[in-house]
Design a protein around this ligand. Structure first.
Ligand SMILES: Cc1cc2nc3c(=O)[nH]c(=O)nc-3n(C[C@H](O)[C@H](O)[C@H](O)COP(=O)(O)OP(=O)(O)OC[C@H]3O[C@@H](n4cnc5c(N)ncnc54)[C@H](O)[C@@H]3O)c2cc1C
Length: 420
């Protein structure tokens, strides 16, 4: 059976950034997953990245692998702020990063993981298995999609989640209802409208919030009062982005409160003109009942104080994600129980380690420990070196370098060394 020191499950921005750091540190490792799969399969073609150029890099310990470097290499116009970065360019960049820096990668899914005698045994989708001393879960948002109860249990032909797109050709001529008032809902609404669908957005919020266009030429004073943070404007966003370890020092309750209340649903500035007066948006709306009738989905909706009935070919829940590691069926029950999850979320040490020794969690699932920055690609800048340092320390402890013995200094040994 194959063995490695550290298995990284997931080959998105977090998994690839960590692999680049472990590689540089000389820790044997194996990435298990298809590179940038989440972005290739679950984000719609034509989507623009919400984050700015300067916060959409994967992270390597050496210079030359940031998004800016890739753009320079390919002749793509790069802007730190206000860049229209397409999903396609970001995927190409992620694949390039992987090809340059991450050799030890197998394009497989992990289908089962359990602990045997202090080691992790992983069964893979190609029928093989691997044993690792340490495992890092870098699983992104896959499996954590959240659908309102009223839409649960209806046939997939009529109801899906925003993370499932993919190709948008099928929407042409169809009546589509999109539930949600944030970036996923508004972004999909614009793309589906442009692909010939008849789109209606049902937002629970009383108004749609649009982010302001960032200004590139602000004065020093203006920047001092409200700095351009990597994940949002203002000091609060700046602190959240740059000091995740300070965030971790707060109590669990306070951290949860901050994560749940930071940045409600909103739309990116560049989306506004593609939605306002282009797509029918009903604010203050809630679906009360949904049923299939005559091959259509029929919704009873309360809008402000009025009740109305809507019909559509398909409803998309753009209602976000809820981290719950127990939903990952490949994790053994023993591992899930040992992680002592609180509401599906593990409490992590300052090295991103769970209560299971040698099991780490990075990416969005670490947000309750390290703050909202971990929901963004930018968080990999902190997570990757921090975890790599800790794993290197443990690896050195488990594999001490052979001591220099007096015998090694004999003339024969010196001569032998000189021969090599
Ligand atoms: C529509 C959308 C748009 C977004 N836009 C932005 C943005 O513009 N900027 C930003 O910073 N963030 C954005 N985000 C958030 C973004 O998802 C995260 O910031 C980022 O992808 C996290 O990287 P990751 O490596 O943790 O996860 P991912 O990129 O999701 O990678 C995790 C990988 O793990 C794989 N995996 C899961 N289970 C297994 C298994 N059992 N075996 C093997 N592999 C497995 C998945 O297939 C996936 O490829 C967006 C999210 C969504 C849904």
């Amino acid at each position: 059976m194959a063995t490695t020191d550290t298995a990284i499950i997931g080959a998105g921005p977090y998994g690839l950034s960590l692999a680049a750091h472990l590689d540089a540190a000389g820790v044997p490792h194996q990435v298990l997953g298809t590179p940038m799969e989440g972005w290739r399969n679950f984000a719609p073609p034509g989507m623009l990245m919400r984050s700015d150029g300067w916060s959409t890099s994967l992270y390597a310990p050496q210079r030359g692998y940031a998004l800016q470097d890739y753009c320079a290499l390919r002749g793509i116009r790069y802007q730190p702020i206000g860049m229209h970065l397409t999903r396609e360019t970001f995927i190409d960049y992620g694949l390039w990063f992987q090809q340059q820096l991450v050799d030890d990668l197998r394009q497989v899914d992990v289908v089962d993981m359990r602990r045997v005698d202090g080691m992790f045994h992983l069964a893979l989708s190609d029928g093989t298995s691997i044993v690792a001393r340490r495992v890092v879960l870098a699983l992104g948002l896959k499996g954590f999609e959240k659908t309102p109860p009223v839409l649960q249990g209806l046939p997939r032909e009529f109801v899906s989640h925003s993370c499932e797109y993919g190709d948008l050709e099928w929407v042409r001529g169809k009546d589509i209802v999109i539930v949600g008032g944030g970036q996923s809902a508004l972004g999909l609404a614009a793309l589906m409208n442009e692909n010939g669908g008849r789109i209606r957005v049902l937002a629970r919020e009383p108004v749609v919030t649009w982010n302001n266009k960032p200004q590139n030429n602000r004065s020093f004073i203006s920047r001092l009062i409200r700095p351009d943070g990597r994940i949002g404007p203002g000091w609060r966003a700046h602190i959240i982005a740059e000091w995740p370890f300070v965030f971790r020092a707060f109590g669990a309750q306070r951290r949860k409160q901050v994560v749940n209340s930071t940045w409600g649903p909103s739309g990116a500035w560049w989306l506004r003109d593609r939605v306002v007066n282009q797509v029918d948006v009903s604010v203050g709306s809630q679906i009360r009942h949904a049923a299939i009738d005559n091959n259509r989905i029929v919704l009873q909706v309360s809008m402000k104080d009025q009740q109305s009935q809507l019909e559509a070919d398909h409803v998309i829940a753009a209602t976000g994600f809820k981290t719950d590691l127990s939903r990952h069926a490949f994790l053994s029950r023993e591992i899930v129980q040992s992680m002592s999850l609180q509401d599906g979320v593990p409490e992590l040490t300052r090295h991103f380690e769970t209560s299971v020794r040698g099991l780490y969690v990075i990416g969005p699932a670490s947000a309750y420990s390290f703050g909202p920055v971990m929901r963004f690609i930018y968080g990999a800048k902190y997570a990757a070196p921090q975890v790599a340092r800790h794993i290197l320390k443990r690896y050195r402890h488990d594999n001490p370098a052979p001591r220099t013995t007096p015998a090694a200094a004999t003339p024969e040994a010196v001569a032998n060394q000189a021969d090599h």
